[in-house]
Design a protein around this ligand. Structure first.
Ligand code: P5A
Length: 436
């Protein structure tokens, strides 16, 4: 992509209304614009990051055996009356009336709809277990939308729903998602710590939140210092229910809790290794058993012909919140420092002298080579000062900067710089291959 033809409205000044660094940087880097309280337009650079995160989530859900669907955002009030949540959900639900005075709503979550859709398609115990998911916009009329995409009113969520014949099966499904979550966040270059949680309006009796440590987070968290290391999940066989349970039990042996779930005795026991921080909840998983299937009269036929009420769990990831959470964890004084897996482009190709024929020729050649090799490159071919180009590249945080200037070109080299790291000289002829 040529920057001279792109839509990248960067801001020099930090907007006064943005309190946390991710919100400030997303506005300054031209990723988002607010259109109403807690509602954002995603500009090209932001959209690319959102798509990267979405794809990692999708790949790991698919790998865990979940099946993707897409449900409508607008749902009928009657569906929600069946579970009793239409009245229970309160003012966080955006209620809408259509031209025929029918009561509708903008989905804040989708347990009811997935339960209904599953009921239409599953008849026998052989149709279980299943896990069905979507990546879809949600709306919650938050009392205090704030911190940009971290607490929006409209936000993108991955929501998955599992259906099993019994409690043991449901635990396996829960643990499968648990491990998929650890893998998902690790691939994005962040550590998310699982912590026991309350279930809130989703209901049920077992839940974990996945928390990314960040000084600007909204949750107070207490954890064993071991959590600051990554966890290796590569060896865990997700098809083996026992192995999965043992791994997760071992993991949870290290203390980690949010303020609400704080256990003073357990905390005292690991006192010398205990750390306190703030954190951002990027995902939450729930086991709630027969809560929705019973309320909505969902059964399948068992092997002996008797009716079975499926046990359910639901599993959320805050896809748009993750964009902000990753920036909270990955930035410096000059701007964003994207982990490579979620970066909007891999390389900023910077031509310092667009008026110099040799520089232009070298930059154009590299741009063509990188593009041909499938490297995502943002080519700064604008007629701007070098300082402004470096400032933009630092601000938008691409992992690599490949810099073309007159002195280097005369020597047959370009400068290759890791964002926030070292710089080296590479021969022009080798630069593209180095970046593959
Ligand atoms: C699980 C999936 C649920 O809604 N039902 C379907 C369950 N869980 S949850 O914890 O309430 O939400 C899942 C994740 O969505 C993100 N999230 C938000 N992101 C941005 N702005 C918001 N206002 C917001 N509310 C929730 C969180 O990451 C949460 O873990």
């Amino acid at each position: 992509m040529r920057l001279s033809r792109y839509f990248l409205p960067v801001l020099k000044e930090t907007p006064g209304d943005a309190q946390v660094v991710s919100h400030q940087l997303m506005l300054r880097a031209g990723m988002i614009r607010q259109t109403a309280a807690g509602i954002y337009a995603w500009l090209p650079l932001g959209k690319r990051v959102l798509a990267k995160i979405e794809n990692i989530v999708r790949e790991e859900q698919d790998r865990a055996g979940a099946i993707e669907v897409l449900m409508p955002t607008i749902q009928s009030a009657d569906l929600w009356r069946q579970s009793g949540r239409y009245d229970a959900y309160g003012p966080k639900m955006l209620r809408i009336t259509d031209r025929h005075d029918r009561e509708m709503l903008f989905s804040p979550t989708a347990e009811e709809l997935f339960t209904q859709i599953f009921q239409n398609g599953a008849k026998s115990y052989r149709d279980l277990p299943r896990n069905i998911y979507q990546i879809q916009w949600k709306f919650r009329d938050e009392v205090r939308p704030r911190f940009g995409v971290l607490r929006g009113r409209e936000f993108l969520m991955k929501d998955a729903y599992s259906f099993d014949v019994d409690y043991a099966g449901a635990c396996h499904s829960y643990n499968r998602m648990f491990i998929a979550y650890l893998r998902t966040f690790a691939r994005m270059g962040i550590h998310a710590i699982p912590m026991r949680a309350d279930t809130g309006p989703i209901g049920g009796d077992l839940s974990h939140e996945f928390i990314v440590l960040a000084p600007t987070g909204e949750s107070d968290v207490f954890y064993h210092e071991n959590w600051e290391k990554g966890r290796d999940t590569a060896h865990v066989d997700a098809d083996d229910a026992g192995a999965l349970e043992a791994f997760i039990d071992g993991l949870n042996a290290d203390y980690a809790a949010t303020d609400e779930k704080r256990d003073m005795a357990a905390e005292a026991a690991c006192a010398p290794s205990l750390k306190q921080s703030k954190g951002i909840e990027v995902g939450q998983v729930f086991y709630f058993g027969e809560k929705y299937t019973k309320a909505m009269g969902v059964t399948v036929q068992g092997p002996d012909g008797a009716a079975i009420t499926p046990h359910m769990g639901s599993y959320g990831i805050g896809v748009s919140r993750l964009v902000g959470a990753i920036i909270e964890a990955c930035h410096d004084k000059d701007g964003i420092v994207w982990p490579e897996a979620v970066a909007p482009f891999k390389v900023a190709l910077i031509n310092l002298r667009v008026d110099d024929a040799a520089c232009k020729a070298a930059a154009e050649t590299l741009y063509a080579e990188l593009t041909a090799k499938g490297v995502e490159v943002l080519y700064d071919d604008r007629d701007e000062r070098g300082g402004a180009k470096f400032a933009t590249a630092d601000l938008i945080g691409l992992p690599w900067q490949l810099v073309i200037g007159p002195k280097g070109v005369a020597d047959g080299v370009a400068e290759l710089k890791r964002r926030g790291g070292d710089r080296i000289e590479v021969p022009l002829a080798e630069a593209a291959a180095r970046l593959v």
